[in-house]
Design a protein around this ligand. Sequence first.
Ligand SMILES: [Zn+2]
Length: 268
Amino acid sequence: METSEAEKEMREWCVALPKVELHAHLNGSVRNSTLLELAKELGDKGVIVFEDVKDVIMKRLKSVEDVDVVLFDSNLRNDETPMSDLSGDTKRKKIYVRLLLSIDRRETTSAALDTVNLAMEMKDQGVIGIDLSGNPVVGEWETYLPALEHAKELGIPTTIHCGEMKLELSEQQVPNRKEIQAMLDFCPQRLADLYNAKHPLSICTDDSGLFSTSLSNEYYLVASTFGLSKTELFRLAQGAVEFVFADDKVKKSLRAVFERAAAETLAS
Ligand SMILES: [Zn+2]
C-alpha cells in the first residue's frame, strides 16, 4: 500500500517527538538484525555466553548513526543522570535506559528477596526499581509480599504486570472477581475510555523486537486509530514523565525537554 504524504509526515513527527517508554523488556527488545548477527557470530560456538552477547549488542548499538544509547554510566549515580545532555542539539537523539529487575510470580519468597537485594546492589548501575511479572493468576500474594515490602523499606519503587492474557476467573479464585476480570480483559479499545476519563496512562511497546514495532510506531498507531491531534499526542507523551521512577531533578530535566519540544513542534 502506498504511503500518503500525510502519513509520512505524521510518522516523522512521531519519530521526532520526545518519548518516555516506561515498560519494555530487555530480551524482547533485541532487533531481528541483532539476533541474526548473534547467530552468525556465536552460532558455531553452540553456547551463547552473556559477555559475548553484550559485546555484539553494544557493537550493534554503536552502528546506529543518529541515536546515542546510554545504558548507564557506572561513574554516575542515578541521581546524577546526565540529562543536561538533552539540552542543546535536539537533532541528535539520545536514548537513556534504566532497568527494573523482575520478580516472576512463579518464584519462591527467597528468590524474590534475592531480586530485591540485587536491585539495591545495582542501584548505581542503572537499576531503578522492581517489577512483578508473570501469569497474574499464578502464585499467592503471600509468597512475594515479603519481597515487595522489603523493596518498599529500601525505597525501591515497584511496578506490576497485569492484564496480559485473557482468562476466565471463577468466584472461588479471587474475592474481587469483577475488578480483576476487567483488568485481565484489557482490550485496546479501552484505551479510549481511559484516555477520555483522564486516567494516567502511557504508551509502551512491551517488546519492540518481538512485536516488530517501535515506540514511534506505537504513537503513530494510537494517533491514527483514535484520531488524536498532534497536541493531544504530545500531551500523552509528556504525561509519562510524571510516572518515571526518578527523582525530581531528573523529572525536571525531562519536563524541560518536553517544554522545549512543545515550543518547536507544536508551534509549526
Ligand atoms: Zn511486559
